[in-house]
Design a protein around this ligand. Structure first.
Ligand SMILES: NC(=O)c1ccc[n+]([C@@H]2O[C@H](COP(=O)([O-])OP(=O)(O)OC[C@H]3O[C@@H](n4cnc5c(N)ncnc54)[C@H](OP(=O)(O)O)[C@@H]3O)[C@@H](O)[C@H]2O)c1
Length: 353
């Protein structure tokens, strides 16, 4: 059973892991704390970027000789493979630690096996400490690796009566600058932004992550994905401007054999193979409906402006719901005011792999 000091250290490791959010993909975020035999913290570390040292290696370097005989508290099972860096399990054995406390095991079959290697070397291993918090802190990566598809977040903006545009089609701007800045900040933390060709034809969005005040681009740009069965994206569309990588996904590439529409499961599998672990689905209503109808949305973020239109297109179309008993139910996990608007975050109760 984990000691009080180990439980506290796991909370700290979750905080440390969060510092890597948005920069470690396709790797997970990981935090690590090393305690000496008396339970005092002697080292800390986190995984900061893909290709950089793993959290355990940073914490071991930080602790030096004080790690010998101590306890390593780490959010994710130490890796056991020779990736860009050597296996963390061997580094822990070499450092002479006595005990390893793990939040969750690694679902990635290439990297897992660290627990067995550590136990075989006589190290005491405990798994599952503060597991719910650890899971929540790494949910996009864990979900993606378990399902072999990106963690999909549907983001939309609407009026309080659920309209995404007015009756004449005008939609700029439903929500405030503050809400749109929030979206741009979010874009720079995901690996891909997805829209349907209908949105490209209607709005010609650039889909980059940028500072709305001065137009400067964020250092990290997500892959721009247009779901465009028949290749109708115009040659001069802004998504093709070279400011970020772009994939126009057509039915010829990711359709069912003989089918004339993009197959959304195949699309997600292909994105996973391209190292996309978290993706922001930015609409429009038809594509969002298609993903939701298939149970492929993991999280919903809605920006609601305190406006009413009474007419005009809705934020969601054809989500496969014909009767109230079939409504897609969500669990509301956060409501935040952003400038004059409301941002809510919710989790669909039923998600398919
Ligand atoms: N308020 C918001 O948050 C928001 C966000 C985005 C857009 N919008 C608005 O939405 C409007 C455009 O709506 P929309 O519904 O036409 O756009 P959309 O959802 O972006 O695009 C729909 C198109 O996606 C393509 N698609 C490819 N594979 C699909 C599949 N498996 N299932 C469904 N669709 C697939 C279809 O065209 P193909 O068959 O040719 O592939 C379909 O017509 C615009 O007016 C825009 O302003 C609002």
């Amino acid at each position: 059973m984990a000691s009080q000091a180990e439980v506290v250290a796991m909370g700290r490791a979750v905080e440390l892991a969060a510092r890597g959010l948005g920069t470690t993909s396709p790797n997970p975020v990981v935090g690590c704390v090393i305690l000496d035999a008396r339970g005092a913290v002697v080292g800390e570390g986190f995984h900061a970027y893909a290709g950089g040292p793993h959290a355990e290696i940073v914490a071991l370097a930080n602790a030096g000789d004080r790690a010998r005989g101590g306890t390593v508290v780490v959010t994710l099972e130490p890796c056991d493979h020779h990736g860009v860096t050597g296996p963390c399990s061997r580094a822990l054995i070499h450092a002479g630690v006595a005990r390893v406390v793990i939040g969750v095991t690694d679902p990635n079959t290439h990297a897992s096996g660290g627990v067995k290697t550590l136990r075989d070397a006589g190290i005491d291993v405990e798994i599952g400490v503060r597991a719910a918090e650890v899971e929540a802190g790494n949910i996009a990566w864990l979900t993606a690796v378990r399902r072999h598809r990106p963690y999909l977040i549907w983001k939309y903006a609407a009026t309080l009566d659920g309209r995404s545009a007015a009756a004449d089609g005008s939609s700029m701007w439903i929500t405030s600058e503050a809400a749109r800045m929030d979206v741009h900040a979010h874009r720079s933390t995901v690996d891909a932004v997805i829209v349907g060709v209908g949105t490209v034809l209607a709005d010609d969005p650039q889909l980059t992550a940028r500072n709305l005040r001065d137009g400067s681009l964020a250092i990290r740009q997500p892959l721009r994905v247009v779901v465009d069965s028949g290749g109708r994206t115009p040659p001069d569309a802004r998504v093709r401007d070279g400011a970020a990588p772009t994939w126009i996904a057509t039915a010829a590439e990711v359709g069912e054999p003989g089918g004339d529409q993009v197959d959304l499961h195949r699309l997600l599998t292909r994105l996973y193979e391209r190292d996309v672990r978290a993706a922001l689905l930015e609409g429009g209503p038809r594509l969002a409906g298609a993903f939701l109808a298939r149970g492929l949305v993991d999280k919903v973020i809605g920006y609601l402006a305190p406006k009413l239109l009474g007419a005009g297109p809705t934020a969601l179309v054809d989500a496969g719901v014909g009767t109230i008993a079939d409504a897609i139910e969500l669990e509301l996990i956060d409501v935040t005011r952003i400038g004059p608007d409301l941002r809510f975050t919710a989790l669909p109760r039923k998600v398919e792999s």
